[in-house]
Design a binder for this molecule. Sequence first.
Ligand code: KIV
Length: 271
Amino acid sequence: MSVHQKVRRVTTHVLNEMKLQGIKIAMLTAYDYSMARILDQAEIDVILVGDSASNVMAGNESTLPITMDEMIYHAKSVVKGVSRALVVVDLPFGSYQGNSKEALTSAIRMMKETGGHAVKIEGGSEIIESVQRILSAGIPVMGHLGLTPQSIHKFGTYVVRAREEEEAKKLIEDAHKLQDAGCFAIVLEKIPASLAAKVANELTIPIIGIGAGHEVDGQVLVLHDMLGITQEFSPRFLRRYHNLSEEIKGSVKSYINDVKSLDFPNEKEQY
Ligand code: KIV
């Protein structure tokens, strides 16, 4: 039995062991109790309460509008459904970029009010002081480089990042800085597979990819995208495992028909 199958609870230490043993890490997002419970029962390694909740739960165009209070609501619900997976919570836009004291205050509040196990923040050299300060309070930090959706208005587009040598060089330097500062893992989003492989090889901490090829230590997808609940979003890296929106529509249509035709409820379904 491998390390992640033996454990009763996935910790940052277990993830490190998985990297050492070459066992890939599977991570998915969740934003509510019921979904988190299903993911945990299926033995997902890591659940990310992503600020993608802003898009898939709240219907916003970007991750920028979601607030601390809203992220806390989602994370609290997720934690209640989980007994095995490591729960990582995104610190939302505006809650850590100001200065390291603000970052620490936000991270402490997130941990205290949700029961999550770690926080994730986006960025490289510009957030190192915040990473160090959050870690000094004993809070594990996951980094996030490449396409960082909280900076979408700076990038101007969701195209693949770090194709050019200069940006690739900075990304590698940033990854080293995050590791040296004490991050337990880093998400690399939408960058060339060869660059992600280089980072995963050079670093000792787990590298989790999304649109970053398979030569990394694990993968993450947004749950609503991989289940086919969201339909408009179809980047090349997304594998859809289901067409849940069609299935849900089918069930809803059947229900409507049953109600209107007086088929539901029948005699056995009443008191
Ligand atoms: O918020 C999110 O879902 C994320 C993943 C895409 C990594 O940050």
